[in-house]
Write a protein that binds this ligand. Structure first.
Ligand SMILES: NC(=O)c1ccc[n+]([C@@H]2O[C@H](COP(=O)([O-])OP(=O)(O)OC[C@H]3O[C@@H](n4cnc5c(N)ncnc54)[C@H](OP(=O)(O)O)[C@@H]3O)[C@@H](O)[C@H]2O)c1
Length: 366
């Protein structure tokens, strides 16, 4: 059966400010393939980072696109509308990485209750967790009424849970964890993990524009703007969790804390234009280290067992999701204009941090 109503949002891989929509026909699926109808997906600054590091980490390889253009991966839910795979039933709803499109074709390799892995040739070599679609039926975290929060924050929360666990596990003896881009959802999750864990104080660094919002959250013990780094207490050991990736902010933190900075953890790059504007030449303190969440998953899976790790993440997620009800405003929108606007606003850093954008390319009646 042909689906002539395909639609893809494409980003120019060498100039992320340029984008276009291509009307596409979802290919007729072949033996062994499955067709997803992408229902809804979340869009945050994290997806912009996928474009920034797309060539380095391979995010542009997730989904085929015309030469020079890319389809950004987004977390969302989709339903199987056609299947030529014996083990995947029409109607299966899955959480996973989808393109900003109406349809996605996959070629399932392994099919289990807990996950369907896309074994399409272009996804070879990409980490299995990125290629896995989780059927809602076999997903312990799935709650139909909380799908929006799951799309928006499940992946981000998991990173922050693991980063907090990594910092505690390494025994830096920190009295505070200083977190940049404190208004981002990933940082809010980390602030929440640190402040509820009780091991250290959570200190948020943010822009003047977002200071009021960050203060209102209650998940940070202290909040400062980027130009107030010099006011922070530097008398005890600290760890820096860098979500902004801004060389000037990183330098200010390293210079202020000097030898009290026990670890500098690079997690994100929300200030993507600034990331290209400086370097770490002569940076005092420890060398910034990229945080690699899969390594912490592997370590804890070996020590605790995968089930216990999942149980701890599920417990912590449930506390964080409840907390998010006090600040997160989900904004659901559909259609080309909405998708393009949210993309442009997120790229330019114009979105309100309390908003969680959930999008669809299916307009009512389309
Ligand atoms: N390494 C990993 O495994 C991993 C996993 C998950 C997320 N992350 C990273 O964590 C970061 C946060 O992602 P998120 O989805 O949580 O973000 P988000 O909630 O959409 O964050 C929005 C905030 O980011 C800052 N920002 C966004 N765009 C900006 C721009 N163009 N210029 C300046 N500031 C901008 C602003 O914070 P301030 O005003 O407070 O600076 C803004 O309030 C991303 O870089 C993401 O890639 C990394």
């Amino acid at each position: 059966m042909a689906h002539p109503d395909g639609l893809d949002f494409l980003v120019n891989r060498s100039d992320w400010k340029q984008h276009r929509f291509d009307e596409a026909e979802a290919p007729e699926i072949r033996e062994g393939q499955v067709l997803f109808r992408v229902d809804r997906f979340a869009f945050t600054a994290n997806n912009i980072t996928y474009a920034v590091v797309g060539d380095m980490i391979g995010y542009w390889r997730f989904f085929p696109a015309p030469a020079g253009w890319g389809r950004l991966p987004v977390m969302g839910y989709a339903d199987v509308v056609e299947s030529r795979h014996a083990d995947v039933a029409v109607g299966t709803r899955c959480f996973g990485f989808y393109p900003m499109s109406r349809y996605l074709v996959i070629r399932p390799g392994s099919v289990e209750e807990s996950g369907i892995v896309d074994a399409a040739a272009h996804r070879e070599g990409i980490a299995p967790t990125y290629n896995t679609y989780s059927p809602t039926e076999g997903d312990a975290l799935h709650q139909p009424e909380h799908e929006d929060a799951l799309m928006l924050m499940r992946g981000l929360f998991m990173t922050s849970f693991l980063a907090d666990d990594f910092i505690g596990d390494r025994g830096f003896g920190e009295q505070a964890v200083v977190i940049s881009s404190a208004s981002s959802k990933t940082s809010i999750a980390l602030g929440h993990c640190v402040s509820t864990g009780g091991r250290a104080r959570a200190v948020g660094l943010t822009s003047a524009r977002n200071e009021g919002f960050v203060r209102s959250l209650g998940c940070y013990d202290e909040v400062r703007t980027y130009d107030e780094v010099g006011d922070l207490d530097a008398s005890g050991p600290v760890v820096f969790a860098d979500m902004a990736g801004n060389p000037a902010v990183r330098r200010a933190v390293h210079e202020h804390f000097g030898s009290q900075l026990k670890h500098s953890c690079s997690i994100g790059g929300t200030h993507w234009e600034a990331t290209q504007s400086g370097d770490d030449e002569g940076l005092p303190g420890p060398n910034p280290e990229f945080f690699f969440a899969p390594a912490q998953i592997q370590k804890r899976s070996a020590e605790w067992g995968p089930k216990e790790l999942q149980r701890r993440i599920a417990d912590a997620w449930s506390g964080f999701r409840s907390f998010s009800e006090s600040w997160l405003e989900v904004r659901r929108e559909a259609g080309r204009a909405a998708v393009a606007r949210v993309y442009d606003d997120t790229l330019a850093g114009r979105t309100e941090p309390r908003h969680g954008h959930v999008l669809s390319l299916w307009e009512p009646g389309a």
